[in-house]
Design a protein around this ligand. Structure first.
Ligand code: NAP
Length: 333
């Protein structure tokens, strides 16, 4: 494998999801450090569905990247050079490193991590942004109560599995939705959820009727579309619908289908709320402490799906949308 610096750059905004022409590989030399910058030896890159929003020409919660730029991504690794008093050489930091082997970044944009707490993979998954998203989205917005019924879509994925397990920890009855028998078996057998629904087989509505005889109190949505509509038809009074993501609609984000059954919010005095992890950046230490304890004592099951080599990025990105990843999708650089 080449040891020269390698970058994956956006060629142009894709029409649909992305294909082989969306990105290109370059081997540009690493730039000199300016005052306040650090160089990071990127060890792991996170591959996330939200990247689709960053390669669309419209601003979402963050500006898109521009054609020609290095693809934006969360990454982690040790500082190898520093022109800042924030991070010293040898410190392990995480933040937007981009999909590249070596990153020169503003030191202020990077968060130090305790590399002794857990392997780097975990700081990019259950103890990273996706873990925090499931944690705060469920606890702060879903607010499950003992005995209530909670449904989570894309439940075997990076965000969903944390959201589901957090709800279970609060004493709720938790039903996970995922694609395929293997992922559903993972939800019940390894995560200990009360029921799993394979949305690729049969009617999700019928399956929800069977798995949620008392209705739905919290629906944590990662997928949108028909599954969101099926859940809305079964909510209880004062239900909380947490819109974390809508991956089924990411192909063309300008014409995402809204929920047909939204009038249920009126008749059930229910709340539907969206959020991003940016809302909770100030509370990261709280999540790290709690989630690390649960990982340590074995009560929080987690799974990483790790690919090798930065060049695998385009294929990794596709895997998110065809469900080929099982667990937090990462690239070991
Ligand atoms: N709000 C925030 O701050 C925030 C932060 C991170 C992520 N998110 C969102 O959370 C969601 C999950 O992200 P993640 O990182 O945890 O990814 P992930 O769940 O680990 O991987 C994506 C999974 O989505 C499922 N999927 C793909 N296309 C689908 C479709 N058309 N219908 C139903 N399911 C589909 C696939 O699982 P199956 O095999 O089960 O289909 C796939 O494995 C995404 O929507 C993402 O944008 C939001």
């Amino acid at each position: 494998m080449s040891t020269e610096p390698t970058q994956i750059r956006l060629v142009d905004y894709p029409e649909g999801l992305a294909d082989d022409t969306t990105w290109t590989t370059t081997h540009d030399p690493t730039p000199e450090l300016l005052d306040g910058q650090i160089e990071v030896d990127v060890r792991i890159v996170s591959v996330d569905p939200g990247m689709k929003g960053w390669i669309s020409p419209w601003r979402s919660y963050i500006d898109p990247i521009r054609p020609g730029e290095v693809m934006r991504a969360f990454g982690i690794g040790p500082v190898t050079r520093s022109a800042s008093d924030r991070h010293a050489v040898g410190d392990v930091v995480t933040g937007f490193t981009g999909v590249q082997t070596t990153a020169v970044v503003d030191a202020r944009s990077m968060r130090p991590v305790d590399a002794d707490l857990a392997p780097l993979e975990l700081h990019m998954s259950v103890l990273g942004m996706t873990g925090f998203t499931g944690y705060f989205g469920m606890l702060d917005l879903g607010r499950p109560e003992p005995g209530q019924t909670v449904v989570v879509s894309a439940a075997s994925g990076a965000v969903g599995n944390v959201a589901a397990q957090v709800a279970r920890h609060e004493g709720a009855r938790v039903v996970g939705i995922a694609g395929g028998a293997a992922k559903c078996a993972y939800l019940t057998d390894e995560l200990g959820l009360d029921a799993a629904i394979d949305y690729k087989t049969g009617s999700v509505g019928d399956a929800l009727d069977e798995a949620c005889p008392d209705g739905i109190d919290v629906y944590f949505d990662n997928v949108g579309g028909e599954i969101l509509d099926a859940a809305l038809m079964r909510i209880n009074r004062k239900a909380r619908i947490v819109i974390c993501g809508g991956i089924s609609q990411y192909g063309d984000m300008t014409s995402a289908a809204g929920p047909t059954n939204y009038l249920q919010l009126i008749s059930k005095s229910a709340t539907m709320v969206g959020f991003t992890m940016l809302d909770y950046l100030h509370r990261i230490p709280e999540a790290v402490a709690d989630l690390a304890e649960r990982v340590d004592d074995g009560t929080l099951v987690h799974r990483q799906h790790v690919l090798g080599g930065i060049e695998s990025f385009p294929e990794a990105f596709r895997m998110l949308f065809n469900g080929d990843n099982h667990g937090k999708l990462l690239i070991r650089v």
